[in-house]
Design a protein around this ligand. Structure first.
Ligand code: GDG
Length: 491
């Protein structure tokens, strides 16, 4: 079947049998150095890279470069198992598609932050234009047996554009961020168009069941989609399927990094600097969805109500900057700097700084080593599709003396990590109390909570995620694309 008669299509094996070449499309492509590895801070980049360790194929998307007169043709880069096809964006495309509609309208709305949503018609036109350009460029590279896996909210209309160009291959979409309740999503002026466009994907993967319910219900209520059972829907005569596929991490790689991190100088020096102090750790891209200033307020509250812990506990927050071209992120950066300054100024002593805040990105080994050294992992986003840091923290722990995860109930990860201390990140008192409980938790209880989480993370890792999604997408090769009979629709 797959690949036969198409000399460039490589035939691959998955758990479910054979599939043809896998084509991944995402906004940014992390092209590795020749013979080396790419360092990528984003969760999506990490996951796609991991998926390609099991599959060969093509990865298409933006190069990360802005060019005054971008070429009409993508640049092709061969790195053995994976071919990369990257395109540059013009300054206007970057401003309207990426910094504008994707990150100032879709991102806040998907994260339930209506007040931060900045919709503009020209940004939306730019978003649609770039999706059209991507589709035109990608369509030339598609072979008949390819399966296409599109990632994230930058590319909601891509399948629709590809279908318009006659591409009939199975096309799946994975949404890495939350899918909000209908009233929230529908506040976006372009929401109707986007709902219709998303239904052009054969398979839509979301992080959690509540996300699935939100989208499913919205398609039924707004577009009068017909539910066909098992997550399948008929929308405007096309069949689509919506399911949750919670993303996992590279457990084996991360565990190994954590085990050998003791020899890393940054990790060693940090541990030595702690002396007998206990460590709280937070690692997040600088993004308002991650709840960094709110978490700092909670730590402040913890020290206010536990004065005996001053000088005994240190909180390290690692927060590489992201999306600095978007005004809301500049504003957040200032807010975090002020919050750190105020708390350290009012609580600190010459020999003790309560919050150590760094904006540098560290290698994965350093993160793994610091997670392992930390008695408490603080992962308290206001809203998060999944949150891989929570999973990394669990996997990095020593099995004799694991630390405690304090996790926001509004992170998708909370559904797979219910043994963590689950908190409402809007409630500083509750988070402060959770920090206290975590710091005083006896080893027996820490082990009891950690073991089932570590087992689940090992079972439901990134390979499991990719394999589940792809084996399901593969089924769409044979799906009948005709409207259902009245009897089937009534089932
Ligand atoms: C989106 C969704 C979903 C962070 N700092 C450094 C660094 N990181 C790595 C972490 C982790 C990743 O970045 C962040 O992943 P998250 O899941 O927390 O968040 P997003 O970037 O917002 O990702 C999210 C994810 O997609 C996957 O579907 O979970 O909900 O928002 O892996 O370790 N990595 C390195 N140095 C750093 O300083 N090397």
């Amino acid at each position: 079947m797959a690949g036969r008669g198409h000399p460039r299509a490589r035939v691959l094996r998955t758990g479910a049998g054979f599939v043809a070449r896998l084509v991944i499309v995402s906004n940014r492509v992390a092209v590795p150095e020749e013979g080396g590895k790419a360092v990528a801070a984003g969760g999506l980049a990490v996951a796609v890279k991991e998926a390609f360790t099991a599959y060969e194929g093509l990865w298409f998307g933006w190069s990360g470069n802005i060019a005054d007169d971008p070429s009409e043709e993508p640049t092709l880069i061969d790195r053995g198992r994976v071919q990369y096809a990257v395109v540059d964006l013009s300054p206007q495309d970057h401003r309207e598609y990426y910094a504008g509609f994707a990150n100032r309208a879709l991102w806040p709305i998907m994260h339930y932050r209506l007040g931060l949503g900045a919709f503009s018609r020209s940004d939306y036109a730019g978003y649609c234009r770039v999706n059209r350009i991507f589709a035109r460029q990608l369509a030339k590279l598609i072979e008949p047996d390819d399966i296409i896996w599109v990632h994230d909210y930058h590319l909601l209309p891509l399948a629709s554009e590809l279908r318009g160009l006659g591409i009939a291959n199975p096309i799946g979409y994975f949404h890495h961020i939350p899918w909000p309740a209908a009233d929230v999503f529908n506040s976006l002026p372009a929401s109707g168009d986007l709902l219709r466009a998303i239904a052009d994907y054969d398979l839509i993967g979301l992080q959690t069941d509540p996300d699935v319910q939100n989208l499913h219900r919205n398609l039924c209520d707004t577009l009068r989609a017909i539910p066909l059972g098992g997550g399948s829907l008929m929308v405007d005569g096309r069949r689509t399927r919506i399911r949750s596929f919670p993303i996992g991490i590279d457990v084996a790689g991360f565990r190994e990094a954590a085990e050998r991190a003791g020899s890393n100088k940054v990790v060693r020096d940090t541990i030595a600097g702690l002396r007998t102090r206990k460590l709280l750790i937070g690692v997040d891209r600088l993004d308002y969805s991650k709840g960094v200033p709110e978490r700092m307020e909670a730590v402040n509250r913890f020290f206010a109500s536990n004065p005996d812990q001053r000088g005994n506990v240190v909180y390290i927050q690692i927060t590489p900057k992201s999306r600095s071209e978007v005004p809301e992120y500049e504003q957040l950066s200032r807010e975090v700097n002020e919050t750190v300054g105020e708390i350290n100024g009012s609580l600190g002593e010459p020999a003790w700084t309560p919050i150590q805040y760094v904006t540098k990105a560290y290698p994965r080994t350093v993160l793994a080593g610091l997670y392992r050294a930390a008695r408490v992992g603080l992962v308290t986003p206001m809203r998060d599709g999944m949150n891989l840091v929570a999973k990394e923290y669990v996997v990095a722990q020593s099995e004799e003396d694991p630390g405690v995860l304090v996790l926001s109930k509004f992170a998708g990860a909370a559904r797979q990590l219910p043994e963590a201390i689950l908190v409402n990140p809007y409630d500083h008192f509750e988070v402060a109390e959770a920090i206290r409980t975590a710091l005083y938790m006896p080893r027996g209880e820490r082990l009891e909570r950690w073991r089932p989480m570590a087992e689940r993370m090992t079972r439901e890792d990134v390979d499991w995620w990719a394999r589940n999604f792809l084996s399901e997408l593969e089924n769409f090769r044979t799906v009948e694309r005709e409207p259902p009979t009245a009897a089937a629709a009534a089932e």
